[in-house]
Design a protein around this ligand. Sequence first.
Ligand SMILES: Cc1cc2nc3c(=O)[nH]c(=O)nc-3n(C[C@H](O)[C@H](O)[C@H](O)COP(=O)(O)O)c2cc1C
Length: 243
Amino acid sequence: MGLFIGIAGGPRHGFTELYVGEVLRHIQTLSPDSSTRLISLAGKDIRSCDDCKACHKRDLKRLCKYNDDWFDIVKNFLDEDLAGLVVGTPVYTYSTTAIIRAFMERFTAFNQRQYFPDLHQEPPPDWSRVVSGVVAVGGGRNGGQEMAMSSLVNWLLTNGFPVVGAYPATSIGVSAYEPTGNTEVSDVRGLRLTRMLAKNMLALRTTMSSPPTVSPENYHAETDTTLIGTKIGRQNLTKGDHQ
Ligand SMILES: Cc1cc2nc3c(=O)[nH]c(=O)nc-3n(C[C@H](O)[C@H](O)[C@H](O)COP(=O)(O)O)c2cc1C
C-alpha cells in the first residue's frame, strides 16, 4: 500500500520506539505489500526554530539554515511512496519531549509556503493523503498522555495530514503506561491500541483512491471572503435547513 514511517520522538531508545514499532509491525502484517521505516530521534541533533525567516529564501532542497539532522529525517517525508506516518513521544512534563517539539517546530519551513506562496516557486508538500496516528508513553497512568498526543495531533493537522485515532477504544491514539523504572513492556491495553491504530490508518488509506479536492496550491484560490462585513442575525443566514 506504500511506505509507512514511524517517528519515535524520545531522546533514548526506550518504550516509545517499541510502541511506534509495534504499530508499524501491525501495518506490515495487515498489509503485507506495505513497507515500513522506524526513525528514532534518540541521539539526533535537532535545533528548535528561532523564527529567523531564513526559510523564506530557501528551496525544498535545503529548507533551513541549520545543517543538523532534521532535514535528513524529513527527506523521508518527501518520498513519493509515503502512505502513512506514526508519530510517538514519551510524556515529559505532561507534554512532548523537547526534541520532538523542536522537530515539529522546524516544519514552519514548510508551513510558511502556504502563508506566503508568492515567495516560493514550489508549494508545500501535499500530505493530504498520508494517513497518520499518534503514540504517547508515560510513566504515570494518567501522566499527560492525552496532552502529549493532542500536541502531536494538532501538528499533524496543521501540516495537512489526516489523523485517525485508536477507535473503538475511545482514545485519540496509542496511550501507553509504562511505570517509571520499568525495563520491560507491560501495558496490555497500550499494545491493544497499537493494532487498532494500525487498522484504522489502513482503513482510511484504502478509501483514498481519488485525488485530493483541495491541494495546498489552491489555498488562496479557495478563500471565499463573501461573508466579510456581514452583520450577525438570522436574516443573514445563508439558505439551507437551519433550525
Ligand atoms: C524529564 C522527564 C519528564 C517526565 N514527565 C512525565 C510526565 O509528566 N508524565 C508521565 O506520565 N511520565 C513522565 N515521565 C516518564 C516517561 O514518560 C516514561 O519514563 C516513558 O516511558 C519514557 O519514554 P521512553 O521509554 O520512550 O524513553 C518523564 C520522564 C522524564 C525523563
